[in-house]
Design a protein around this ligand. Structure first.
Ligand code: S3P
Length: 213
C-alpha cells in the first residue's frame, strides 16, 4: 500500500471549536491521519458541489485536494469537452477509471470525482477498499441552477439540461447510494455542507465511533 505520510502535526484549520474547547465533538475535524488515513472520495451528480466542497473540506482537514477531472485533463493534455469530442465518452471513461485508480493509490487526500465516475464497477470496488466515499446529494432544482453557471459539460450540451439531469438522477442514484455516507447538499452553503461532512465522518469514523477503517 502506498500510504501517504500522515501530516499528523498539522493543526486543524477550523476557525471555531478549537482543540480542547467544549462543544459537540461532531463539529471538529479529528486530527490528520484519522478516518483510518483513508482518502475521502466525493461522488454525486454534476452541480452537487463536489469540487468546491472538496477543496474546502481538504483545507479544514489539512489534507491535499485533488480533482479527478482536472487530473484527467492533465494526463490527456486536453480538456474534457475535447476528449469527448475527439474520442467519445467510452474513451473518456477508460481514462477516468485509470486516473482515479492511480489517485486512490495514495491515502489521506480529499478527492472529488466527475459525476459518472462512480458508475464504474472497478472504481467502486477500489473506493470500497481504499476510501471513505461520500455522496453529495442535491435536488434537481439545485443541480440545474448550479450547472447553468458552467455550460461546457459535454453531457449537458444536447437537449434540456433539467431533463438530462433528471434522467441521470434516476440512473445513477442507486449507485451513489453505495457510498459509505450520504450528505445532503441542497440549498445550503458549501461551508455548511463541509460542516455536515465532518460531523458525519466523526460520527462514523472518528476516534469515538464504533466503526473503524
Ligand atoms: C460527467 C461529469 C463531469 C465530467 C464529465 C462527465 C458525468 O464532472 O466528469 O463531463 O458523467 O456526470 P462534474 O460532475 O464535476 O461536472
Amino acid at each position: 500500500m502506498n500510504r501517504a505520510p500522515a501530516a499528523s502535526t498539522a493543526p486543524p484549520t477550523r476557525d471555531s471549536g478549537g482543540q480542547g474547547e467544549t462543544g459537540p465533538a461532531g463539529d471538529r475535524p479529528v486530527p490528520d491521519g484519522e478516518y483510518g488515513g483513508r482518502t475521502i472520495l466525493l461522488v454525486g451528480l454534476m452541480g452537487a458541489g463536489k469540487s468546491t466542497v472538496g477543496r474546502r473540506l481538504a483545507m479544514r482537514l489539512g489534507r491535499p485536494f485533488l480533482d479527478a477531472d482536472t487530473e484527467i485533463e492533465k494526463a490527456a493534455g486536453q480538456t474534457i469537452p475535447e476528449i469527448f469530442e475527439q474520442f467519445g465518452e467510452a474513451h473518456f471513461r477508460a481514462g477516468e477509471r485509470r486516473v482515479i485508480a492511480r489517485l486512490l493509490s495514495v491515502d489521506a487526500q480529499v478527492l472529488a470525482t466527475g459525476g459518472g465516475a462512480f458508475m464504474d464497477a472497478e472504481t467502486r470496488a477500489t473506493a470500497a477498499e481504499r476510501a471513505i466515499t461520500i455522496w453529495l446529494k442535491a435536488d434537481l432544482d439545485t443541480l440545474v441552477k448550479r450547472c447553468a453557471r458552467r455550460n461546457e459539460r459535454p453531457l449537458l450540451q444536447q437537449g434540456d439540461p433539467r431533463e438530462t439531469l433528471a434522467g441521470l438522477m434516476e440512473k445513477r442514484h442507486p449507485f451513489y447510494a453505495e457510498a459509505d455516507l450520504t450528505v445532503e447538499s441542497t440549498g445550503e452553503s458549501h461551508d455548511v455542507v463541509v460542516d455536515k461532512i465532518i460531523s458525519a465522518l466523526n460520527a462514523s469514523y472518528g476516534p469515538n465511533s464504533d466503526r473503524t477503517s
